[in-house]
Design a protein around this ligand. Structure first.
Ligand SMILES: Cc1cc2nc3c(=O)[nH]c(=O)nc-3n(C[C@H](O)[C@H](O)[C@H](O)COP(=O)(O)OP(=O)(O)OC[C@H]3O[C@@H](n4cnc5c(N)ncnc54)[C@H](O)[C@@H]3O)c2cc1C
Length: 302
């Protein structure tokens, strides 16, 4: 049951931060409420004041100024439907379509997802490969942090109590990048997420740069520099040949724990399998292959 609370609806980020600073531990930012209200109903969180961030000026906009900026209060549904996101980062729109269910997507926000820092976040994994930078606002002003530094661990971020996540800035890959996101899981939230992008040379013959992130198995998602380095310079027709070794390299780089999603050994094996599969799909996309995308049980491919 929900305990009584006061709902504050400031109009600006400055007012919201001032409220958070004044109310201290008794207050929490409130966006879509898909996580927050659940925890409050369970009695795991008991804030007496909620500070609504959905109406804050500039928090619900998507802008393109070279990089793509998603306001913290932008919903998954808005990302999924945005022509701007589809044009600049099509994979981000495609992944948004597969977050949770439509009820959660309608109200759940990008900022709420990143600020909650659930290890089982698709956005946090994918955004790492887009060199995401988060913008934070507080009574002390604004600051920016790489998403990799913002997310410190499971449900833990670098956000101070009186700080708000205002937006996240993504650096889109060059046109023609062959990219894929694969998520696997049998629970409500993903057990594994793999984001893989291959930047190609002008003739689409060779990988010039690779970005690979694995999420949901470690307490926070990670880029995999060993895999990225191994993929750099590989000729597109040879990607198939290295797929097995790349999967093994990724599995060696993660440090999963045993939990309800499976044992550490199981997760490591799944990383090897799904990184290999992701690379094969991206290789097909690099070749411009028109073959249908393979389907795997309990997996979503975007
Ligand atoms: C059934 C279910 C399935 C899900 N499946 C997936 C999935 O497949 N993939 C995936 O990635 N995610 C999944 N999620 C997570 C979902 O994406 C998040 O619930 C949602 O995005 C959180 O946003 P919200 O606006 O509802 O956050 P809220 O619940 O409002 O807030 C979450 C937390 O963030 C804080 N917060 C919110 N906004 C800000 C801000 N601007 N600045 C600072 N702190 C803030 C709140 O104080 C709270 O601690 C699932 C969730 C549910 C309930």
């Amino acid at each position: 049951m929900l305990r009584p609370f006061a709902l504050h609806r400031p109009g600006t980020a400055e007012e919201a931060c001032a409220l958070l600073a004044t109310l201290g531990e008794d207050a929490a930012p409130y966006a879509g409420g898909t996580e927050l209200l659940l925890l409050m109903k369970l009695g795991l969180l008991r804030p007496r004041h909620l500070v609504d961030v959905k109406r804050l000026a500039g928090f619900d906009v998507i802008t393109d100024g070279g990089s793509l900026t998603l306001g913290a209060a932008v919903t998954h549904r808005a990302v999924e439907r945005s022509p701007l996101v589809a044009a600049r980062c099509p994979l981000v729109a495609a992944v948004a379509r597969h977050v949770a269910n439509v009820r959660v997507r309608n109200v759940g926000t990008v900022g709420g997802n990143l600020a909650f820092a659930d290890p089982h976040s698709d956005l946090a994994t994918l955004f790492l490969t887009l060199d995401a930078i988060v913008q934070l606002v507080s009574p002390r002003g604004r600051r920016e942090l790489a998403l990799a530094d913002f997310t410190r661990g499971a449900w833990e971020t670098a956000r101070a109590a009186d700080e708000l996540l205002a937006s996240v800035r993504l650096t889109p890959w060059p046109q023609g990048t062959a990219a894929v996101y694969v998520k696997f899981g049998v629970h409500e939230r993903p057990t594994l997420g793999v984001a893989l992008a291959l930047v190609l040379d002008a003739s689409r013959a060779r990988v010039t740069e690779a970005r690979v992130a694995v999420g949901c198995v470690d307490p926070r998602p990670v880029r995999v520099p060993s895999v990225e380095a191994r993929l750099r310079g590989v000729a597109v027709p040879e990607l198939e040949d290295v797929a097995g070794a790349i999967g093994e390299l990724a599995a060696a780089a993660v440090e999963p724990d045993d939990d309800l999603h499976g044992s550490a050994d199981y997760k490591r094996e799944m990383v090897a399998v799904f990184v290999r599969r992701a690379l094969r799909i991206a290789a097909g996309r690099a070749r411009g292959a028109s073959t249908p995308i393979p389907q795997f049980p309990h997996a979503v491919i975007a």
